[in-house]
Structures are given as structure tokens and as C-alpha cells.
Design a protein around this ligand. Structure first.
Ligand code: CP3
Length: 348
């Protein structure tokens, strides 16, 4: 079978065709719970060195595929490569998460570059090309970017915070300066996603990890509207581009997100309300999710029950099995195997 003609169950779901056994992958599936990741991570030096060395980035992307034969591979990179390509300082301190130079006044925002240096992201594109060459044609390759709101929360605060108060405050106090940051991120994210499609990505995911801290009006302005612009911008060049949105914590606002943005699927977190999702989200688009990453650490009967609940809630419609957020480093590999066995044994 040639690469072009191979059916990808993951893409089938995004095209509106439910699969009898849902395709499955995990957010953060390349990561510290895998010993082979930790080994390469130590060899690479810094986290960004790992992301920007195509040979290494391609290898860690493929590690979870070899072990678990997931239906999708996600390119190994990070959402903060866009601020990096915009010339901001971005560092990852071991055990502390990302550190950036805070962009927390209108004066600083006025100096923000409008255009990223996409040459700096060439290693990501090269890693995508390498993975595409090696990947089984039935497995989908996912490219991604951070949603403008979530990327802006790190740019403004210069780091992650418990509730992203610095960005929320800036959006209230200096809405025009904040809108400038969002505009720059929208335009450059469109280009970055198009470049990833060109390099071999089949699907794109927009990670809005911090969408859930916004009140409805702000959610509309800073999460929904930028996602709508990104989807429209990508589809202006690639009309059939497949795009998944992940507005984590959006809750009752998920139907509005889906209706307005035009995404093909939404990724939902574990707190989502099943009847709302089935009746007002899954009737329009595919759904991806939403096992609690903590129950994957716990394992045992609790894990079996939780997997069954997710399947019972969503596998009757267009569905991709995933976690409600990224897998955590302390997760036992045996529990991932237990989860996969149960998902793949689904008869519905
Ligand atoms: O899913 C995958 O396997 C692909 C790779 C991927 C990473 N980051 C690798 C990574 C993806 C899709 C991301 C997205 C990302 N990055 C998000 C959105 C999704 C989410 O998980 O919320 C966010 C908010 C970031 C920013 C970021 N990067 C933070 C806050 C941290 C530190 C927290 C942590 O887990 O250590 C990172 C670092 C990071 N990105 C790691 C990985 C595997 C850990 C770095 C390491 O190996 O030391």
C-alpha cells in the first residue's frame, strides 16, 4: 500500500466516520515516563536542544509509537518555540518549567517583533519530514501550536503560574497592548501550522491549556476568536486541513467554541459533562479525550472502570481515545499497556 492510499483510522474519525474501535494516542506521549526518552534527553543536553536536533526530535516522537503502536504520533516540540522564533528569550530550567523575559507592559509589547524568524524552526520541519518517512502510513502525524491565549500567558508572566493572573490582569488593564500580542501570535501560528503541513503533518492541534481560567466574555475574545482566525487562516491555504482544538477547562462553553472556530474535533478534559458533550459537541464534530491522567498513575480496578466510563460515554460516536491532559512522568508503563488493551478490546 502506498503512503497516500493507506487509510488512517485517526483521519477517518476527523472526516466524520466513526471507527468501531476508537483510535488512541496520549498527549505528552513522548516524555519522561519512558526510560528511552530520559536517556536521549540526558544525551541532548537542554530541552530545547532536544527539540531542535531533528535526529533526536524524530527519535523521541517515534519512541512511544514503537512501544505502543498508537494511531497518531505528535511531533516532539513545544508551544514556546513561537516566542523563541519571535526573538524572546526562552529557557527551560530543570524541574522548574519554562522561563521567559516577561512581556508585561505596553512599552515592552511595542518592541515585540511582528514576524517570527521561521528559519529557527527549520529543525522542527526537518524532524517532521524524518518522522513521516519512517512512520507506518496508517499512523497519523500531528503538528501543533499553542493557542495565542496560552502562549501569551507564559510570555506575559515569563513563567507558568497557578492561575495565569499576570496575563488576565494585563488583558483587563491594557486590552490594546494585549490584543497586539494575540495578533502577532495568531499570524505567526498560521504560518507555523502551514509549514508543518508542508513538512508532512496530517493533522494540527491547537493547545489552549489555560482557556479555563477565563470568564465567558474573555473566553470569547481571547480563546474562541483567535482559534477561529487560525482555523480560517490555515484553511485559506489548505481548505481541507484537519484541526483539533483543545480549550482545556472550557466546560459549558465548548459548544460555542466548536460552532465558532470550525475545528474538526475538540479534545476534552476529564471534568467535561458527558451529556453536554454528546448532545451539543459530538453531534457536530469528533471528540477526543478524556481519561484522568491521575487514574492512569493509580492503575488497577480504578483504571479499568475509568476507561470503561470514557468508552461508554463517547465511543458510540466519532471518538478518539486520549487523556484529558498530558501523561505525567510518574505513570507506570504497565498502566499504559493495561489502558490500551481495554480500549482495543472495545466492542461497541
Ligand atoms: O505531546 C507530546 O508528546 C509532544 C510534545 C509536547 C511537549 N510540550 C513536550 C514537552 C507538547 C504537545 C507540548 C505542549 C505544551 N508545552 C503545552 C500545552 C499542552 C499541555 O501539556 O498543557 C504547554 C502549556 C507547554 C509549555 C511547557 N513545556 C511547560 C509548562 C513545560 C514544563 C512542565 C513539564 O512538564 O515539565 C514544558 C516542558 C516540556 N514540553 C516537557 C516535554 C516532554 C518536559 C521537559 C523535559 O523533558 O524536561
Amino acid at each position: 500500500m502506498t503512503q497516500e492510499s493507506a487509510v488512517k483510522p485517526f483521519i477517518e474519525v476527523l472526516s466524520g466516520h466513526r471507527q468501531p474501535v476508537p483510535p488512541v494516542w496520549m498527549m505528552r506521549q513522548a516524555g519522561r515516563y519512558l526510560p528511552e526518552y530520559r536517556e536521549l534527553r540526558a544525551k541532548a543536553g537542554g530541552f530545547l536542544d532536544l527539540c531542535f536536533t531533528p535526529e533526536y526530535a524524530a527519535e523521541v516522537t517515534l519512541q512511544p509509537i514503537r512501544r505502543f503502536n498508537f494511531d497518531a504520533a505528535i511531533i516532539f516540540s513545544d508551544i514556546l518555540v513561537i516566542p523563541y522564533a519571535l526573538g524572546r528569550s526562552v529557557r527551560f530550567e530543570a524541574g522548574e518549567g519554562p522561563r521567559l523575559d516577561p512581556l508585561d507592559t505596553p512599552e515592552k509589547v511595542a518592541t515585540l517583533a511582528r514576524h517570527a524568524d521561521f528559519g529557527k524552526l527549520e529543525p522542527v520541519y526537518e524532524a517532521l519530514r524524518r518522522v513521516r518517512r519512517e512512520l507506518d502510513p496508517r499512523i497519523a502525524l500531528i503538528g501543533f501550536c499553542g493557542a495565542p491565549w496560552t502562549v501569551a500567558t507564559y510570555m506575559v508572566a515569563g513563567q507558568g503560574t497557578p492561575d495565569q493572573a499576570p496575563a488576565r490582569m494585563m488583558a483587563y488593564r491594557h486590552p490594546e497592548a494585549f490584543a497586539d500580542i494575540i495578533d502577532v501570535l495568531v499570524e505567526n501560528s498560521i504560518q507555523y501550522l502551514l509549514d508543518q503541513l508542508k513538512a508532512g503533518a496530517d493533522v494540527l492541534q491547537i493547545f489552549d491549556t489555560w482557556a479555563g481560567v477565563l470568564p465567558p466574555r474573555e473566553f470569547q475574545r481571547w480563546s474562541i476568536e483567535p482559534a477561529r482566525r487560525i482555523v480560517a487562516g490555515v484553511r485559506a491555504q489548505v481548505p481541507d486541513a484537519k484541526i483539533i482544538g483543545f480549550p482545556r477547562g472550557a466546560g459549558a462553553q465548548l459548544p460555542a467554541y466548536v460552532e465558532t472556530t470550525g475545528v474538526n474535533a475538540v479534545s476534552i478534559d476529564w471534568a467535561a459533562e458527558p451529556s453536554l458533550i454528546r448532545e451539543r459537541v459530538q453531534n457536530r464534530v469528533a471528540v477526543q479525550g478524556n481519561l484522568d491522567p491521575l487514574v492512569l498513575i493509580a492503575g488497577g480496578a480504578a483504571l479499568d472502570r475509568a476507561v470503561d466510563d470514557v468508552l461508554a460515554n463517547y465511543a458510540g460516536g466519532r471518538f478518539i481515545f486520549n487523556l484529558g491532559h498530558g501523561i505525567q512522568p510518574e505513570t507506570p508503563i504497565a498502566h499504559v499497556e493495561q489502558m490500551l488493551k481495554r480500549v482495543r478490546g472495545y466492542k461497541g
